[in-house]
Write a protein that binds this ligand. Structure first.
Ligand code: FE2
Length: 280
């Protein structure tokens, strides 16, 4: 499977490209089943208290900030009752699993390292690719939180900026269940901000351009299960809350060029025991 020159031109123009039918339905189901099994094995008792206190708490930050080379579970904001217990079972409460699924879990590793992806990333011009982040997003029915308009390079910054986001629809993504929205051509607006570690501990934003996003230009990207949406790291995108009765599971994989540099001040860090790997 190769990108045509038209598809490549479209990606360069819009900053995104939708490839329907990129992944077999059976592969989507295998990944969903694996995510389900990981959640079943996850002991939520210790983490519920951390997340029920406050989402900005110091403990939550540490749990997140040290998850770059682990498999960790993050709850939906609206998953909790006022007393801090879960409204529903943990399988219907998790917002996402991150952020090294692609290296630490064999099923996710296999899904993330197919010949089709090797070819695709080469066709996108990423040289000596390294797999930076693998994340499973649930967008739960009823309580799936919105994601505000952002550029992935704000959070996964590298110099020079050389990153592509691969967004796999493991279920149909529709207007009702919170599909992605993107600003066609918005990747040409430049990087607006960067999220980095502050000297005092915790994180801060460094703002390069404080003008608001032209959100009236956002278009919905409704895609069927098995689709791949390729996202330029600079492309502004968002998703709305899911208040429907259907979840909207997706897997995202971020790939960087091997000669780019990820500063130490990025939130995502890898220990020397688990260096970044490519497709091999
Ligand atoms: Fe994103």
């Amino acid at each position: 499977m190769r990108l045509s020159s038209e598809e490549r031109a479209q990606y360069d123009r819009d900053g995104f490209l939708v490839l329907t039918g990129f992944v077999e339905t059976s592969s989507c189901d295998r990944l969903r089943a694996r995510a389900e099994a990981l959640v079943q094995d996850f002991d939520a008792s210790g983490v519920v208290s951390i997340f029920s206190t406050h989402e900005q708490s110091r403990l939550t930050d540490d749990y997140f900030l040290t998850s770059g080379d682990k498999i960790r579970f993050f709850f939906e904001e609206d998953a909790f009752l006022p007393d801090g217990t879960l409204k529903h079972g943990k399988e219907n409460s998790i917002n996402k699993i991150g952020h090294a699924l692609h290296d630490l879990d064999p099923v996710f590793s296999k899904f993330s390292r197919t010949p089709d992806l090797v070819q695709l990333v080469a066709d996108l011009g990423i040289e000596r690719p390294l797999l930076l982040q693998g994340m499973y997003i649930f967008k739960q029915a009823k309580i799936g939180a919105k994601v505000t308009c952002h550029q992935d390079s704000t959070f996964l910054y590298n110099v020079p900026i050389d990153i592509v986001g691969l967004w796999f629809a493991l279920e149909d993504a529709t207007l009702e269940n919170g599909c992605l929205w993107a600003i066609p051509g918005g990747h040409k607006l430049g990087l607006k901000s960067r999220w980095l570690r502050s000297a005092e501990g915790g994180m801060k934003f460094e703002v390069f351009d404080s003008s608001p996003w032209p959100e009236e230009k956002l278009v919905p990207l409704e895609v069927p299960k098995g689709s791949l949406i390729i996202l330029n790291g600079l492309l502004p995108h968002k998703s709305l809350a899911n208040r429907s009765t259907k979840s909207r599971h997706a897997y995202t994989l971020h790939v960087i060029g091997g000669s780019s540099h990820c500063p130490e001040s990025n939130w995502l860090r890898r220990t020397p025991e688990l260096p970044l790997r490519g497709f091999d």
